[in-house]
Design a protein around this ligand. Structure first.
Ligand SMILES: *Cc1c(COP(=O)(O)O)cnc(C)c1O
Length: 384
């Protein structure tokens, strides 16, 4: 295992930086390919989880497609080797220029989230004299029971088309000559670890598909979105793709000739990244001491944004164990990576690894407090 359990391998590298374990990512991709190939499922990596070009190039080399949520993500995906006919484009707020980019590249599908958006896509496609490949993103009203900020599949979510609107939309589509309805799309949320949520999704998709069929509409593909969670307590664990795909194979009713599509993001890259930081000061030794580190919420915002847990490990062993509040330097109380974390005794200069930071980490870096961007180090660039 390459691992990150040795501080000396990072000698001379200035902190904070993202460290990517390329061996773990490769193993994850091998398993993902094997388990999806078993059923002929098409995988489109969700670029927003981590858009690092080196990672994207590795992921595209496996023949996976890309799921994008902005025009810039589409461009980045193409630059990194994803072929346009495997690219999907979702998002509630697509700009005209972004839709035009997707149309000119002839991507696999634009996943439309509302009637006004469908009208704009139809108009822009008509102006080009083409037919836009579209899937409807439907809100199946399945509660993924994850954090409220990452739940997307319930009625009052801003995402997707509610079931109650489907009748009207299907009616309106009849008058839209420049839209080709290719499929139906669902994405119920993120960091979903209970398989029962995906089982409920399958059952709702079966009902919704029957509804379409009863109106003479036969979607060519079903897109089940992403959302498979990772184990933040066990950072080296690879998510159980076998069990995940098995569940869809078992519960989903697939019509003949129909293709199945998935959009995993976090589960692909989450475990392979760590944020490496150095302890600047240990203060307040009388109560639970604060370990003030040189990484902050500008480098990894998940704890501040979602009260997310990240396992924190020291790379400098010690025999004495203590509790610390691990905090960053940014002028916000939310800039806290962990409260009362059990760690070997630490001192100024020690290195810590904030684990499972490969997804929704580097992509959310900001420059608040005019802070510098963290660096990026790949395991296969380090000398043994
Ligand atoms: C964010 C997103 C994904 C990926 O979600 P993960 O939880 O990272 O797997 C997939 N599809 C859509 C439409 C998304 O917005």
């Amino acid at each position: 295992m390459t691992g990150i359990n040795r501080a000396n391998q990072f000698e001379g590298i200035s902190t904070p930086f993202y460290f990517y374990d390329m061996e773990l990512l490769t193993r994850t991709l091998d398993i993902l390919r094997e388990e999806s190939d078993r059923y002929g499922y098409r995988v489109h990596y969700a670029v927003k989880a981590n858009a690092n070009t080196r990672l994207l190039k590795l992921i595209s080399s496996y023949g996976f497609g890309a799921d994008c949520v902005s025009g810039n993500e589409i461009s980045r995906a193409v630059e990194c080797g994803f072929t346009p006919d495997t690219i999907l484009y979702a998002g509630v707020g697509k700009r005209d220029d972004e839709i035009n980019k997707a149309l000119s590249l002839n991507i696999f599908s634009l996943n439309a989230e509302s009637l006004p958006e469908l009208e704009v896509i139809n108009e822009l496609a008509a102006a080009r004299g083409i037919t836009a490949p579209v899937a409807l993103r439907i809100n199946p009203n399945v509660d993924a029971r994850t954090h409220q900020y990452i739940t997307t599949g319930i009625e009052d979510s801003k995402f997707g088309i509610n079931i109650s609107e489907l009748d009207r939309i299907v009616e309106s589509l009849k008058g839209m000559n420049n839209i080709l309805l290719k499929g139906i799309h669902f994405h119920i949320g993120s960091q979903i670890r209970r398989m029962s949520a995906f089982r409920r999704l399958c059952i709702r998709v079966n009902e919704i598909q029957s509804w379409f069929n009863s109106r003479g509409i036969f979607p060519g593909h079903l897109n089940l979105g992403g959302g498979l969670g990772i184990n933040y307590q066990q950072p080296d664990e690879i998510p159980d793709f076998k069990q995940y795909f098995e569940l869809f194979n078992r519960f989903l009713e697939v019509r003949s000739g129909q293709t199945l599509h998935f959009e995993p993001g976090r589960s692909v890259v989450g475990q392979s990244g760590s944020l490496i930081t150095r302890v600047l000061y240990v203060k307040n030794e009388s109560a639970t001491p604060f370990a003030v580190v040189d990484a902050g919420m500008t480098d990894l915002i998940r704890p501040a944004l979602y009260q997310a847990f990240h396992k924190i490990e020291t790379l400098s062993p010690s025999d004495i164990s203590k509790k610390y509040h691990v905090v960053g330097p940014v002028c916000e109380t939310a800039d806290t990576f962990g409260k009362s974390v059990d760690l070997p005794q630490i001192k100024r200069g020690d290195m810590l690894a904030i684990r499972s930071a490969g997804a929704y980490g580097e992509v959310m870096v900001s420059s608040y407090n005019l802070r510098d961007k963290p660096g990026t180090i790949f395991s296969d660039d380090l000398r043994d």
